[in-house]
Write a protein of this length. Structure first.
Length: 604
């Protein structure tokens, strides 16, 4: 390039800019100034080159393409599977944007502070600064303290983190990234986050030569980053459609999606890790988290994904006693204290073929927590009971097969969970479990003997128990087509009315619950870690089972017929719904009783 050949592209102000610097300064040379301006323009139009060539941060090809596309877009949506380095891409783009555009206010918001903080603490400060000494020199100050998380650059730009809730009102920004968009509430996006945005106005735009130049006016940058999710009406899908449409029409939009092939190609995950994850995950979670698919409900589904996922609100997880802790006399640290008038149920669906991976026995621990509303006036107050909230803190499945061993496992859970009742499907051999529970059982693992308990709602079954003092606490279900219809209708009704609380999803558990459990984080044995993950994985599996169930309404009788699709199972659904049905009966007995807690049939 010939000396001063760039002058033909510069205006008078740019050509005279070198006069503002002392004669000893690098920029006192007009050609140097023009080269700096040219490189600045080039890097703004090719942000990936700025990252690779100036910051010396290595990028995979897909990351370079993504950063380039983000650099020339203002409405960005990226939906990517787990381990596709979404957070890394956001971190790289954020620092590049702040360095190239002086005085940028870049905000990163997420449903939780911990989620948003990771981009600053782990990606920018720990990872990128370690890779790039140049980036370290450009940072003037930073903080990773809770409620004060930021990175401030020498040019006046600043990255700050906020929790995406109503308390974030009043902030201002030139660029916002919504981390895990699907977890942010639409109301918060519309009334709190979107109003943050204002266009960046560098000082030169106030000069008469530039203030009316529309080509120089910047648009605020909106970024939506998320993993995939169920097609349940979540607002993220409308955003992705808008971004795709804007991309097709060349209106500053960008819509990108990455699946597990990216993670495998660049060895962000090994094939062995993927195989292990697939074995753990239920089909729907695998499709969402790793295949990056939008999972849709079947037209013949009786229980929809949204119906079930919306009830994943509980963080109260229960774990039974380990054999070692039980024998050493240690209290179960994972026991959940019982509330006043709370009732606990172990609800079971039984299988009898040991080791059959397609046939599980499922034991569900359910808390029935009484709820009420109090109406007050000047003279008195009236408490109106609202029935029970059903919490599912633990679900277990196995392929034990042997009826006596299964009865012992049910008794172990009955003791550990401090349960009051056992619900048992007595069809297809389940009656053998009931008869085993009505006898003395010796637990060789724990070295204890369990006294007989007996059936409470079937006299013929109860007669088999020879102990006159046995507690009547087993509720037997002999399901007919009519009864199964009632159970399905009741379970669906409780889901819709918000009377069922399921454990939060597996990824939330790993990020927010299990990371605070030292036994989990410090476990050397991977199998021990899996034991802590299992209640969340079983909950996900139960949701998948329910959503995949097909239903048919019988025209003549009006009953609902629920059945599996193909080789799918419904063991977890049966266990959970039967327990909920039993609690329905408790509510009916309570409403028919004149005494507050004196149930005529079921409670003894």
């Amino acid at each position: 390039m010939k000396k001063n050949s760039l002058s033909q592209y510069a205006d008078k102000n740019q050509l005279d800019l070198y006069k503002n610097f002392p004669s000893t300064h690098f920029l006192s040379n007009q050609n140097n100034v023009l080269h700096v301006l040219a490189w600045g323009t080039f890097f703004k139009r090719n942000m990936h080159r700025f990252v690779i060539d100036y910051l010396k941060i290595a990028l995979y090809e897909y990351q370079a393409i993504t950063i380039y596309m983000m650099g020339i877009s203002n409405f960005i949506c990226i939906i990517a599977s787990r381990n596709d380095a979404k957070s890394f891409i956001v971190a790289v783009y954020a620092v590049a944007r702040c360095l190239l555009y002086k005085g940028t206010k870049f905000r990163i918001g997420a449903a939780t502070e911990k989620q948003a903080k990771l981009i600053v603490s782990e990606k920018i400060i720990d990872e990128l600064c370690d890779w790039s000494p140049i980036l370290r020199r450009e940072i003037d100050d930073y903080s990773t303290r809770n409620s004060d998380i930021f990175v401030k650059f020498r040019n006046g730009s600043k990255i700050t983190v906020f929790v995406a809730n109503e308390n974030a009102r009043g902030l201002r920004s030139h660029a916002i990234c919504r981390e895990e968009t699907r977890q942010i509430k639409k109301k918060v996006e519309d009334s709190v986050i979107s109003p943050f945005q204002t266009p960046r106005k560098p000082k030169y735009l106030f000069k008469p030569d530039y203030k009316d130049n529309k080509q120089l006016k910047e648009q605020p940058i909106d970024i939506y980053i998320s993993s995939s999710w169920y097609d349940d009406g979540n607002w993220m899908w409308a955003i992705s459609d808008q971004a795709l449409d804007a991309m097709k029409k060349h209106k500053g939009g960008l819509m990108l999606a990455f699946d597990e092939s990216i993670a495998l190609k660049h060895e962000l995950k090994t094939i062995e890790q993927m195989v292990k994850e697939k074995r753990k995950q239920d089909p729907a979670t695998w499709q969402i988290e790793f295949l990056n698919l939008k999972v849709k409900d079947s037209l013949s589904s009786y229980f929809t994904y949204s119906m079930l996922v919306n009830r994943q609100v509980s963080r109260h997880v229960f774990y039974p006693h380990t054999i070692i802790d039980f024998k050493s006399g240690k209290k179960n640290k994972y026991a959940i204290p019982k509330l006043d008038n709370e009732i606990r149920v172990i609800s079971n669906d039984i299988a009898f073929v040991a080791g059959n991976q397609n046939d599980n026995s499922v034991y569900s621990c359910i808390r029935a927590i009484p709820e009420s509303l109090t109406y007050t006036n000047e003279d008195n107050s009236v408490e109106v009971k609202q029935g029970y909230r059903r919490q599912y803190p633990y679900i277990e499945s196995n392929q034990i097969g042997d009826t006596t061993l299964q009865a012992i496992r049910i008794r172990q859970l009955f003791v550990d969970f401090e349960a009051d009742y056992i619900v048992l499907d007595t069809r297809n051999g389940g009656l053998q479990i009931l008869y085993a529970l009505q006898k003395i059982l010796y637990d060789t693992e724990r070295g204890v003997e369990y006294a007989p308990i007996k059936c409470m709602n079937n006299e013929d079954y109860a007669k088999v128990c020879s102990d006159p003092n046995a507690k009547a606490c087993i509720f037997a279900i002999n399901a007919t087509q009519n009864l199964n219809s009632d159970i399905a209708i009741g379970f669906r009704k409780n889901l819709i009315e918000g009377k069922i609380d399921l454990l939060v999803n597996y990824n939330t558990a790993k990020e927010d619950i299990l990371t605070n459990n030292k036994e989990y984080t410090e476990a050397i044995d991977v199998e021990r870690q899996i034991e802590f993950e299992k209640p969340f994985l079983e909950t996900q599996a139960m949701i998948s089972e329910c959503a995949e169930l097909q239903y048919e309404k019988m025209l003549q009788t009006g009953i609902i017929k629920i059945q599996e699709k193909g080789k799918n199972r419904k063991d977890r659904y049966t266990s959970c719904s039967y327990g909920s049905y039993f609690i329905d009966q408790l509510e009916l007995d309570e409403s028919n009783s004149s005494s507050e807690y004196e149930y005529s049939t079921l409670i003894n």
